[in-house]
Design a protein around this ligand. Sequence first.
Ligand code: NAD
Length: 314
Amino acid sequence: MRVLVTGGAGFIGSNLCRRLTAGDLAGIDEVVVLDDLSTGFVDNLDGVDVEIVEGSFLDPDALERAGRDVGAIVHLGARPSVPRSIADPVASHLANASGTVAVLELARQQDAHVIVASSSSVYGATETLPKTEDLPTRPMSPYAASKLATESYTNAYAHSYGMDTLAFRFFNVFGPYQAAGHAYAAVVPAFVDAALAGRPLTIHGDGTQSRDFTYVDTITEVIADAIARRVGSLDPVNLAFGSRTDLLGLIGELEGVLGHPVELEHEPSRVGDVPHSQADGTALRALFPDVQPVELTEGLTATVEWMRSTTASA
Ligand code: NAD
């Protein structure tokens, strides 16, 4: 089978392509990446046996070229980040909402299994923890609203056309190939980058905000299994395991991995950031009973090693 990974040159996408081309997955013959390189990098796919189509899924020609004869589509391509969406909400809407409809249309034509990336940010201002999928959604940013559109369209296509679809709500994913050195960097790469460079780690707010951190290999393992078994769900599924670590705890873990303390600086909280996030993993475990999440310390150790290796080779 030919598998299309949109956003395959990005952080999660490039890790997924590595996993899908590792050679041990029966039934996956070819992987094609469609990426406009807006936040991804071709270098992330160095040494990975994939076909790369450089272009946007908002461009019908590029989508048609990349989408020829695909049996499964993993739609990871998006304009990520809450602050980026607050700076330019229309761009987030086009990439994340309109872009998803374009990809779903392709999947409908090809009768392809389709897996899409939604986000824990859809829970937004809902305070209940842990987050079960049936909680009300209350987006606090254009990004969160656009991800709600991503999963809503996906489930609507499943209902309307009988398609096999699966919308995952990712929580805070981290690991190798996650970009650090830009204004919209996620917290783990931003912290590891600063710590390795000897700079203070910037905490927005008091550091008690908590997240359900998920190592990227856990994500790619679940997606690979979902493709292999053509797993579908008419409702979105959290892809995280119910761990909850606050930023001060994360820093403690990082200090343990590095073997030395780090310096901190505090800045005001950011608009649109949710205070706490923790998944209920019951639905995930029902669909993927064999999956074993990688522990935070193990994932952080691998992330630090990877970032050290990129700094050394720069
Ligand atoms: P990323 O920025 O590294 O990857 C996104 C990729 O999509 C990039 O390679 C980018 O160039 C590509 N892209 C953007 N617009 C495109 C377009 N119009 N056409 C083709 N390609 C396009 O981000 P990531 O962290 O790997 O995120 C992957 C997916 O997971 C996204 O949908 C994101 O919203 C979702 N997600 C990620 C997290 C996380 O913690 N990293 C959490 C929740 C949801």
